[in-house]
Design a protein around this ligand. Structure first.
Ligand code: CMP
Length: 143
């Protein structure tokens, strides 16, 4: 079964959207296997976003993602990476359809509420950055 790494970013936590966001993935039928509220250390943020390190927006991305608590999660399900990206909407919230998280709750690419892995390989890497293997809970979800 595929797993993906999702993270409610500092703007989502500040606006009290964690419950609403989790509810969308739960109701869709994905299974939560790990979650924690944390402030990301700068070095961890730089590792997580290493692929963007040469981009102009990298410094602002790092300062934003470390500016307050994030809610880090691992979700599991068939084709979980793509299913979650569909629920999140596009990176640019102005191009995200209504009904998606970014389509419903934000306007700015740099402050876009939620992160989700873009491939199963990225998911494995990102889960390994934020969680220890023993943090991932093994259980059966009935629905
Ligand atoms: P995320 O899915 O977390 O992955 C990389 C992040 O970089 C992305 O969401 C945006 O928050 C941010 N990002 C991508 N493109 C831009 C941009 N052009 N300007 C500012 N931030 C960006």
């Amino acid at each position: 079964m595929e797993r993906t790494y999702l993270m409610v970013k500092p703007d989502g936590v500040q606006r009290g959207l964690v419950g609403e966001i989790m509810s969308r993935f739960e109701k869709k039928g994905l299974k939560l296997v790990a979650a924690k509220l944390m402030v990301i250390p700068k070095e961890t943020a730089e590792k997580h976003y290493a692929e963007h390190k040469d981009k102009k927006f990298f410094p602002s991305l790092i300062s934003y993602i470390t500016s307050g608590p994030v809610f880090a999660m691992v979700w599991e399900g068939e084709n979980a990476v793509q299913v979650c990206r569909n629920i999140m909407g596009k990176t640019n919230p102005q191009e995200s359809a209504p009904g998606t998280i970014r389509g419903d709750y934000c306007m700015v690419t740099g402050v876009n509420i939620i992160h989700g892995s873009d491939s199963p390989e990225s998911a494995a890497r990102e889960i390994g950055i934020f969680f220890r293997p023993e943090d991932l809970v093994d259980y059966k979800r009935d629905s």
